[in-house]
Design a protein around this ligand. Structure first.
Ligand SMILES: *[C@@H]1O[C@H](CO)[C@@H](O)[C@H](O)[C@H]1NC(C)=O
Ligand SMILES: *[C@@H]1O[C@H](CO)[C@@H](O)[C@H](O)[C@H]1NC(C)=O
Length: 228
């Protein structure tokens, strides 16, 4: 018979493994969904297209900016998870997951297949103009980097554009519970994380952070010169 304390521990462990991503392990398979954001605009704090704060109003980010603009689509992509409360106007979105380079390309293709942009299948003839979201069935390849700042790295197995009015696309699209680990694939090792994609090692992401800060500074300077 299980003791009370071990039951308690199991209960606690199961609590901790859903849905907060800080308890994830390499090889975990789960469904995630949210706004897709480029790391350039995350690092810049404000989005370059609208000037709005990236983690506050990701729904204002244009598909055009995300997938037509090299400075954005050449940076890493992340999935932003929704604030837990909708009543707080100041609530921020969370940097939930980083996408591998391959998964980023899949998500870019998805955005172009439904969105409104220069490189989109329908050109600008789509009403999906801002706040592109995706729902992904994915596996964790690596945990946080940047001293905990960079969220876990995931690789998507399946991805879809959720109906914008659907508030539980993990369930609708994949029959899965958002953020809950379905199983752990013991074959996945952390090496898979560093081998996939270009910007996955800590050194590279530090570098891209530094260069994006530099470009951002440059843009601001040019803008300043232009306006004066
Ligand atoms: C999610 O991906 C895993 C691969 O890791 C696969 O085994 C599973 O069938 C997928 N689930 C769905 C609902 O697509
Ligand atoms: C792990 O690898 C073994 C051997 O290649 C394979 O038989 C097994 O199905 C794999 N497990 C998963 C969950 O992919």
């Amino acid at each position: 018979m299980m003791s009370r304390s071990s039951t308690m521990l199991i209960l606690l462990a199961s609590l901790f493994r859903s849905p907060g991503n800080w308890a994830l392990e390499i090889g975990d398979n789960l469904c995630v969904q949210g706004y897709i954001m480029d790391k350039f605009c995350i690092d810049s704090v404000n989005m370059i297209d609208t000037g709005r704060e990236t983690l506050k109003e990701p729904f204002e980010h244009s598909v055009h900016c995300l997938v037509d603009t090299p400075i954005c689509y050449n940076s890493e992509f992340e999935v932003l998870t929704d604030p837990t409360t909708t009543s707080d106007a100041d609530a921020r979105y969370t940097r939930g997951y980083r996408l591998t380079e391959t998964s980023k390309q899949l998500v870019i293709d998805l955005a172009r297949s439904v969105g409104s942009c220069a490189t989109c299948v329908k050109g600008y003839d789509s009403d999906v103009e801002f706040g592109f979201r995706a729902v992904l069935n994915a596996t964790v390849l690596a945990l946080s980097t940047d001293g905990g700042e960079g969220p876990p790295l995931i690789m998507a197995h399946n991805q879809a554009f959720p109906n914008p009015s659907d508030n539980d696309p993990c369930q609708t699209v994949f029959g899965l519970t958002e953020g809950t680990v379905m199983f752990n694939n013991p074959n996945v090792t952390s090496d898979d994380g560093t081998n996939e994609g270009t910007a996955d090692s800590e050194a590279t992401s530090m570098l891209s952070f530094a260069s994006s800060q530099f470009v951002h500074g440059l843009l601001i300077t040019i803008l300043g010169l232009y306006m004066s």
